[in-house]
Each structure stands twice: as structure tokens, then as C-alpha cells.
Design a protein around this ligand. Structure first.
Ligand SMILES: Cc1cc2nc3c(=O)[nH]c(=O)nc-3n(C[C@H](O)[C@H](O)[C@H](O)COP(=O)(O)OP(=O)(O)OC[C@H]3O[C@@H](n4cnc5c(N)ncnc54)[C@H](O)[C@@H]3O)c2cc1C
Length: 488
């Protein structure tokens, strides 16, 4: 039976779209208001002439979470998106050694045995112990952790030893690998969280583990095809999209949200409101003293290049500086730009020939840089920093004539992340994933509560990757349904 209650979702990023899918599937009348003229937010498609780019994500792991979202909506994900395995997952370029790592267990073990004889047993132990860790930690994502009480659930208590409290990821990896190269190889995923592997709690070893255990995937056409598929389901369920519709304020009666005001001056009314905004940026980007005291993730300098050539790079290549710890320290703590860079290059044309025409390629280059709590003036720095990146790639990947092939180019700086994408301090991965900023200590849990308002998306929790955003939308929907049941 169709339920006609109205739900307004603010923001058409993956968080808003996942909630939109679930709520429209339940028969609610879903209207999604998006400030831009397109869906996707940080997971959007960026098109330049004949070249297509993913603005944000470069690899998808834990695809079962996406599958479960589509199953919740009575759909088969494979009817919407074709997923290709990314293999090798990445090729790592250190100054004195280059090696690829695969999602295929035995292929990676062979690489480790060849380049780092004797370390393969450490890899076996890492995978075995993290399988157990994953089993204990995964169920924790299903709780809302709104009070201290949640920490005393049997599931949390059972998971405690797996959280390796008091140990950083790098300390944890030292239990498995002697080689500094392997420790870096199994912690470089922390760039997805904008954190240093020397700071992040050891519990996060499940992220590199996931890449090897579940594999990493590229949807044909790019990661943006995932949000496109989500939008399609919302529309099939008669949900509506309103683009160029920035919400600038909420109207409240102190207890409930009574309306949302658009920049056009129009007030929209709904029974429930779901916000997919970066929670710390919120609607106005005002900063309270408490918000200022929080620790924010790194930002990123992005270079998108349409090239009239095909380069022999794997899907993901990572160039490392001489001293990766110093690079991470400069970026996250000292808030300075380094001269010797860590650079992540995504070359989807290695897997998928639809991102650029034949004999051309769409290359995305990402460099972690300080967030906007630094004093860096990006207008001034951009030309030199762009050149430093290109010079490093030319030298380290041995493509001296790279610039001759550039047909299209686009740059996103930390200032752009904040001004155009409304991400607080341009910290694209939100707050740092530290114990004192998670669970019931996360700012969303301390915010004023309105009976009909739900917070979704990366800003609502302590992990910013797509599987966790989807799980969070599932949790918010369950919480919403409990409220609905109580109100009947
Ligand atoms: C460079 C980069 C690399 C990444 N790599 C990966 C990866 O490899 N794997 C992975 O899983 N994740 C990755 N991520 C993370 C992932 O892209 C984001 O976490 C995800 O897009 C966040 O989803 P969201 O829905 O919470 O927010 P967003 O994607 O930011 O969406 C929020 C939406 O709200 C809209 N909006 C904002 N304010 C308003 C307003 N006032 N009114 C109306 N609409 C508004 C925005 O325009 C936007 O469309 C990466 C992100 C970046 C930036």
C-alpha cells in the first residue's frame, strides 16, 4: 500500500541517494533537493569534452554492501552497473623498488615472496587475523552509538580485543611485516581517510584487508555509475529531483523542522527531513569554538587530465616520497606542502575503454595536502604545485613528454572543496577517525535534536567511504521506521 507521507532529502550525494532509494521503496513520497545541477556530490561524474572522470572515488570494495542496498529495493545491482575487477589493485613506486599488489591472494603472496622473501608468512597472518577482526568489528557499524550505553552491548564488548585500543595502524603492521615497504603498502589506504597511518587506530587495518579480501572494482563508465544507478531506482519509485535548489535554512518550532528554505526564497514542506550535507559545514559554514577544536582530515589537490595517448600505467599507481612519514606529518600536523610528494594516479583506461576515446585516456591525479586550517593561499600556490606534480610524475613514471599529450585539464584545490562542494575546511574525508571523535562523541550526536530530522552521509559518522555511507543510510532508515511505528 502506498504511503503518501512526504520526505525531503537535502543533497543528492551517495548518502542522500541511498536513503532516497530505501524510503521511496517503502512508498514514501521522496523529493531530493540538490544545490548543483547534477547528482553525485564528491562521487559525481566530471566530463570534459570526450573525456570522463570520477571526481572522487577511484575504487569500490565491499561490493556486498551495495548489493544489499539494491536487494533492499528489490533490485539486482548487476541490472544497473557492470563491475570490473581492478587488477592489480595498485602498483607502488618507491624510489628503489616498484611492485604491484593484486586482489588475488596467491598473486600477492607470490609478489611478496619474490620481492621480500620470508615476509609471505606475515601476509598469511595479516589476512587470517584480520578476517576475525572483520567479523567482530563489522556488526559495530550497525549501531547508532548515540550513548555510552551502546558501548556496553555484548557485540561491542566481544569486539574490544579486535579494536587493538592504544595501538596505531603502523604499530600493528609491525607485528606482521619487517619491511617498511610492506608496512606502507598495507596502510596506504589511509589516504581514503585523509589520515596518517602513524595516527589512525589499529582497528582500521580492516580497510586494507578489505581490498585484498573482497577485491576492488571499477564500474564500467566509472564510480559515478553507482550514483546514476541509485538515482534511477529513486525515479523508478516515483521520487523527484530538484536541481539548482540549495537549502539555505531550516524553519523550526523548536521541536520539529517545519520547513526548509531554498535560496530562491521558496519554502518546502515535508513530514520528515533527511540531510546529506557535510555535517560540519552544515548550511552556513559557521564555525563554533568546539568545531574549531576538532581534528579534521587532510584535503586533496586534484588534477584531471584528458590525454591524447594511452600510458602503460596500471589502474592505480602510487608514487612514494623518500620519507612517507615526513610527508604525512607535513600534511596532517605541520600543515605544510612537501616538495617530495606522495601521488596517487588513477588510470581507469587500463580497465575500461569507455572513459576516453580509443588511444586517449582520462587520468586523475590526487595529492594529499593540508586542509584549509592551514595558511596556504591556493590561488598563489596552484601553478607551482601543479608543475611539481607533473615533474614528479614525468620523472618517476618515466613519461618525460607527458605534457605534450594534455588536451583537457581541470584542477580542484582545497579552496574549491570548501567553496564549491561545501566541505568544511576542504577536509574531504570529514573529521579524523580518532576514538574521541567517534560514536557518541561524534558531533552529530551532540547536535540539537529535531523529531523529524535525520542526518545521513559521510558527515554523519566516522567513515567516509561508500560502503559505510550506504550502511549508514540503512541504519537511518531503520531508525526512521521505528519512529514512524511509535507515532502510529
Ligand atoms: C578525491 C576523493 C577520493 C575519494 N576516494 C574514495 C574511494 O576510493 N572510495 C570510497 O568509497 N570513497 C572515496 N571518497 C569518498 C566519497 O566520495 C565521499 O565520501 C562521498 O561522496 C560522500 O557522500 P555524501 O553523500 O556523504 O556527500 P557528498 O558526496 O559530498 O554529497 C553531498 C551533496 O549535498 C549537496 N549539497 C550540499 N549543500 C547543499 C545544500 N545546502 N542544499 C542542497 N544540496 C546541498 C552537494 O552538492 C552534494 O551533491 C573519495 C572522495 C574524494 C573527494
Amino acid at each position: 500500500m502506498e504511503n503518501k507521507k512526504k520526505i525531503a532529502i537535502i543533497g543528492a550525494g551517495p548518502g542522500g541517494l541511498a536513503a532516497g532509494m530505501l524510503l521511496s521503496q517503502l512508498g514514501y513520497q521522496v523529493n531530493i533537493y540538490e544545490k548543483n545541477d547534477r547528482i553525485g556530490g564528491r562521487t559525481a561524474l566530471h566530463k570534459m569534452g570526450k573525456y570522463s572522470f570520477d571526481v572522487g572515488p577511484s575504487a569500490l570494495t565491499m561490493t556486498h554492501v551495495l548489493t544489499s542496498l539494491f536487494m533492499d529495493c528489490n533490485r539486482n545491482i548487476l541490472d544497473y552497473v557492470a563491475l570490473l575487477p581492478i587488477n592489480p589493485i595498485h602498483t607502488l613506486y618507491f624510489k628503489d623498488i616498484t611492485f604491484p599488489l593484486y586482489s588475488d591472494y596467491s598473486a600477492t603472496k607470490t609478489v611478496i615472496k619474490t620481492y621480500f622473501p620470508g615476509e609471505e608468512d606475515g601476509f598469511d597472518r595479516f589476512m587470517k587475523e584480520n578476517t576475525k577482526k572483520m567479523l567482530y568489528i563489522s556488526p559495530l557499524n550497525q549501531f547508532n552509538y548515540s550513548s555510552l550505553f551502546d558501548f556496553f552491548r555484548p557485540t561491542t564488548i566481544r569486539a574490544l580485543p579486535s579494536l587493538s585500543l592504544g595501538r596505531s595502524l603502523m604499530d600493528d603492521l609491525a607485528r606482521y611485516f619487517n619491511s617498511k615497504y610492506l608496512r606502507i603498502a598495507f596502510s596506504l589506504q589511509m589516504r581514503y581517510l585523509g589520515m596518517s597511518p602513524w595516527d589512525i587506530p589499529a582497528a582500521y587495518s580492516i580497510i586494507p584487508f578489505s581490498e585484498y579480501y573482497f577485491g576492488t572494482f571499477h564500474p564500467i563508465g566509472g564510480q559515478n555509475k553507482i550514483v546514476e544507478a541509485m538515482q534511477q531506482v529513486v525515479m523508478e519509485n516515483k521520487g523527484k529531483f530538484y536541481f539548482n535548489s540549495e537549502v539555505t535554512s531550516f524553519e523550526t518550532n523548536g521541536n520539529e523542522i517545519t520547513g526548509a528554505m531554498l535560496a530562491s526564497g521558496q519554502s518546502i514542506k515535508a513530514d520528515y527531513y533527511f540531510t546529506n550535507l557535510d555535517f560540519m559545514y552544515s548550511l552556513t559554514n559557521k564555525t563554533t569554538v568546539k568545531e574549531k577544536e576538532k581534528e579534521y582530515s587532510a584535503s586533496a589537490f586534484m588534477l584531471y587530465l584528458g590525454l591524447k595517448t594511452v600510458l602503460p600505467f596500471s589502474h592505480q599507481s602510487i608514487i612514494f616520497p623518500d620519507n612517507y612519514r615526513e610527508f604525512a606529518n607535513n600534511t596532517i600536523h605541520k600543515k605544510n606542502l612537501s616538495k617530495d610528494l606522495a601521488i596517487h594516479i588513477t588510470n581507469p583506461s587500463a580497465t575500461d575503454n569507455t572513459m576516453a576515446p580509443i588511444n586517449h585516456s582520462s587520468i586523475r591525479i590526487m595529492v594529499s595536502v593540508p586542509n584549509n586550517t592551514s595558511n596556504i593561499d591556493w590561488k598563489e600556490q596552484t601553478p607551482d604545485f601543479r608543475q611539481l606534480i607533473l615533474d614528479t610524475v614525468k620523472e618517476r613514471l618515466e613519461v618525460p613528454d607527458l605534457e605534450n599529450y594534455i588536451e583537457e585539464e581541470y584542477i580542484i584545490t582545497p579552496t574549491d572543496w570548501e567553496e564549491k562542494y561545501h566541505v568544511k575546511y576542504g577536509a574531504i574525508f570529514g573529521l579524523q577517525h580518532l576514538w574521541n571523535q567517534q560514536g557518541f562523541l561524534h558531533p552529530t550526536k551532540k547536535a540539537p535534536k529535531f523529531k523529524n530530522l535525520f542526518v545521513i552521509g559521510a558527515g554523519a559518522m566516522a567513515s567516509s567511504s561508500l560502503p559505510f555511507i550506504i550502511e549508514n543510510a540503512q541504519i537511518a532508515t531503520r531508525k526512521f521506521l521505528q519512529k514512524e511505528k511509535k507515532s502510529k
